[in-house]
Design a binder for this molecule. Structure first.
Ligand code: ACO
Length: 331
């Protein structure tokens, strides 16, 4: 008997209205539009308005996703929310979204996988569909990075933005479409290179942690860059090889949008053509768990994807965490 496959049956996204250009940041820290564009490929990003939170963004993305599918929120079985910037430590953002959607038959949880969170969440949701435990799973990659980026640190404040992207997973009725395979990895020894040191049980909030600016993202950019390229390229190559697929046959490669140079170097290692690579980092910067679903939404919207197309998703982030997912597009 054919295994039930999960497929992405709908998508939705939301980014806050407030645009922050490179020039805007150059008026706060010592940087320039030219430096940011050359080193990262970013032109602007969106930041939440005062009082706007993660669940505000992610609820809209989820609503839009369900509306496009014509699915009633009460039909949802499970809500998975990859994020590192929840509204609060608990209750989970998944519970906040569940309530605001009126998804009263759903259970859900947040998932801490940093920039790989969406791939972790997608692979996780897929299992619930494949086993038959769930029929409709929402995966909402969402982050408000402006809440944890040090506005005085030019090495990090230019890199990130806020946004949310949602996908609906359902059992594929047709053979040949859906999530085909995935490889996910973690290496906790990379933890010190990218982290938010305080705010958890190791270093609860105190005057000292605030004075030391430990509630912000800290990273060794060069080390992160190096591993991001190698690991995203290697894991994608392994995944393609074990499925006997030539990289040239991929319709769209959707890498985590962290830095245009990381994206280019990864794609070069895989010997991909420019038209195979999904890019929108110029407009949104790095929205952490949201980059891949937002990118997928936009490429679907502009008609770049057709049913049966081979799509490869790849990510790398704090942990270190990384991975790749292969799918045959089902819309
Ligand atoms: N404007 C101007 N100068 C800057 C800025 C800035 N915004 N930021 C850093 N610089 C300076 C540095 O201070 C340094 O100056 P110095 O030589 O006088 O000390 C110089 O630029 C070069 O710094 P590097 O860190 O070597 O610059 P690099 O070319 O590596 O680019 C960057 C830095 C963009 C952070 C890069 O390392 C990077 O993108 N790393 C990946 C980090 C990342 O994407 N993290 C996100 C989370 S993980 C993920 O999503 C994959």
């Amino acid at each position: 008997m054919r295994k039930t496959r999960a497929y992405i049956s709908s998508l939705g996204m939301y980014v806050p209205e407030k645009r922050v250009t490179n020039q805007d940041l150059a008026s706060i820290v010592e940087t320039s539009d030219e430096w940011i564009r050359e080193r990262t490929g970013i032109s602007e990003r969106r930041f939440v308005a005062e009082g706007q939170s993660n669940s505000d963004l992610s609820t809209i993305a989820a609503q839009r996703c369900l509306e496009r599918a014509g699915v009633d929120p009460e039909e949802i079985d499970l809500i998975i929310v990859p994020t590192v910037t929840p509204d609060m430590m608990f209750p989970s953002t998944a519970c906040l979204i569940q309530d605001r959607l009126g998804a009263k038959n759903a259970w859900g949880f947040d998932l801490s996988g940093a920039c790989s969170g969406f791939l972790y969440g997608l692979a996780c949701g897929t299992q619930f569909i494949e086993t038959g435990a769930c029929k409709k799973v929402l995966v909402v990659g969402t982050d408000v990075m402006s809440s944890i980026v040090d506005p005085q640190d030019r090495a990090t404040c230019v890199l990130f933005g806020d946004g949310a992207g949602a996908v609906l997973l359902e059992p594929a009725a047709e053979a040949g479409i859906g999530i085909v395979d995935f490889i996910l990895r973690a290496d906790g020894s990379g933890g010190p290179y990218l982290k938010m040191p305080a705010g958890g049980s190791r270093k609860p909030p105190s005057i000292e942690t605030i004075q030391n600016r430990e509630h912000y993202v800290h990273q060794d950019g060069r080390t992160v860059f190096k591993y991001a390229v190698k690991y995203m390229a290697d894991v994608s190559a392994d995944l393609l090889k074990r499925n006997d697929i030539d990289p040239q046959d991929i319709k769209l490669f959707v890498p985590h949008q962290a830095n245009m140079r990381i994206i280019k170097s990864t794609a070069d290692r895989l010997k991909l053509r420019n038209e195979q690579i999904a890019v929108n980092i110029d407009r949104y910067a790095n929205t952490t768990a949201a980059t891949i679903p937002i990118c997928l939404f936009e490429y679907q919207e502009k008609g770049s994807l057709s049913k049966g197309d081979l799509v490869v998703l790849a990510s790398f982030g704090a942990g270190f965490t990384w991975g790749s997912i292969l799918l045959r597009w089902g819309l």
